[in-house]
Design a protein around this ligand. Sequence first.
Ligand code: DGY
Length: 370
Amino acid sequence: MQSRSSIGSIVSANVRLTDVMSHLSTTKPRVVICRNLGPDVMPLLEGRSDVEVVVWPEDSSCDRAWLLEQVNGAAGVLLMFPEKADKSLFEAAGPNLRVVSTMSVGYEHIDLTELTNRGVKLGYTPDVLTDAVADVTVMLALMAGRNAGSTIDLVQSGQWPKFRWAPFAFCGPQISTLPSSPERTVGFLGFGRISQATLKRLIPFGITSCIYTASPNSPPTHERDSAILSQYPTLKTLRRVDSDELARSSDVLFVLAPGGESTKHLINEEFLRKMKKHSVLVNASRGTLVDSDALAKALKEGWIWGAGLDVVEGEPNITLDHPLVKEPRCIILPHIGSASIETRIDMATLAVNNLLAGVFGEEMPAQLKV
Ligand code: DGY
């Protein structure tokens, strides 16, 4: 691995201009990697003799000033969703930049207009994280419904010895169906890959009905839905509905849609007021979809039962005085939906492969067609 400072030292040494020119003409394309990707993935880069690899040297978020300096003249940059690829980054990179590779399925942190205007390609990591995120999504629904926050807190604060077991203490709504309660409707705001993988996990719970909303621009989905229905004989209905029906009919509502301005605060006070009192809201996509103040009010005033969030608007600056952190029926995880060892290795591998393919003008394994 070669550090940028090696170029700097060549230029600053008192060498002949022709030496500098000859060095520059043989310079390999440089790629900037915003985090160390670990021992399973870094060899894919370190083993290459045809690229110069620059890696943020610390075990922490990449420093912005470092990134803007290193990206100057680079052919590719591999980043994650906390690092913004905005105008300042594209300007700092200059015309050599061929590819931005993000180790994420979401790409709200990339300025797509700047990217396309400059003819830069974008690689991302769909599919490989679907199962990991769907696992956490179901976990959040169970945790929020069954009071995991308060009950774990009881044990960890040493209060269990004082707790008097009581028939209905810490009870919450059950997701799985029972003979006495045979109908359950799950709702999805957005019904893409992760939603469908979540539904698959919920079918054995006896879910009888699934409703969802989708972007108004998305094509008709009858054929896909018939195929899903025939896959799960116990699922009686699968329907695209409007937002009003989604709010009123869901026992558990999963928010799994892209972030950005067009979906900002789709879950707001008006929506939450329509929801069932025993319903649970789960958000494992982007914090901006949910109005945090409205959700905190909904939980405090009992419009809904509980919430499970892997993402919160304004993250990571979510401190103890945040209204949602104060709500005992709100489970909050620090955006770890895809954080299984296997999935993160797959995501990092895909991000590296996208990067290298983009730099060398080859077909990228997962290019976002902007
Ligand atoms: C993604 O990939 O967009 C996730 O939110 C980060 O793991």
